[in-house]
Design a binder for this molecule. Structure first.
Ligand code: ZN
Ligand code: ZN
Length: 212
């Protein structure tokens, strides 16, 4: 494939205000010439004509545009679920503060009132209603697992059972029994202790009542 000099007949002038390729010119790499030619092959040497530029500057531009497109496409993809999630995204951000506050409240044994106050210090302006709900949920969630495990209940009952039996058989006062129960390593609440004592003392008094 060599230039036969025919191409010069089709030689294209450099267009003003636009690119050669943009204006439909084609380039033969063998003849090293831009020509006005509709066909895919050089009418001179028969080599395949270029219809698109290949210089580095253009390539860089093209790559930049492709990357920009890809980035914007990616941004759209990333944005889409956020938009779809809507308030969910806000809730996610808020939960960091809320979560930390609630965890601290539960672990440090804050009162609900204090917890609600702390929650309302959040920058997200949590309503008092919302704060109360969150606090309630957190406190309920904390209480739930303590009550549910059978293992804890079983191990607790050994100490509790013995203490209550002793109390009943030795005729302890309820106050003393409650005090003894609260010496348990399981940190029985005073309310729980009182309930247990009440039950134990009532259970004891029942058969007596029946006997009498
Ligand atoms: Zn040629
Ligand atoms: Zn050619």
């Amino acid at each position: 494939m060599t230039c036969k000099g025919i191409c010069s007949r089709y030689k294209a002038q450099k267009p003003v205000g636009t690119g050669r390729y943009a204006s439909g010119q084609r380039r033969c790499q063998i003849c090293e010439i831009f020509i006005n030619w509709e066909g895919l092959w050089c009418p001179c040497c028969g080599y395949r004509l270029r219809t698109k530029p290949r210089n580095l500057k253009y390539k860089a531009k093209l790559r930049a545009r492709v990357e920009a497109d890809a980035a914007s496409l990616k941004a759209q993809t990333v944005e889409a679920p956020l938009v779809a999630a809507g308030t969910g995204a806000e809730a996610g951000a808020s939960s960091d503060f809320v979560k930390t506050t609630l965890e601290t409240a539960v672990s440090e044994g804050w009162t609900k009132t204090k917890t609600i106050e702390e929650l309302r210090k959040s920058e997200e302006r949590i309503t008092i209603k919302k704060a109360r709900e969150l606090t309630k949920d957190a406190f309920d969630a904390k209480n739930a697992p303590v009550e549910t495990p059978v293992k804890v209940a079983a191990s607790s009952s050994d100490f509790v059972k013995t203490t209550l039996e002793t109390a009943v058989s030795e005729g302890w006062t309820k106050t003393k029994t409650v005090e003894e129960l609260r010496k348990s390593e399981e940190r029985i609440t005073i309310k729980k202790a009182r309930d247990l004592v009440k039950e134990a003392f009532e259970a004891k008094s029942e058969p007596i009542a029946i006997k009498a």
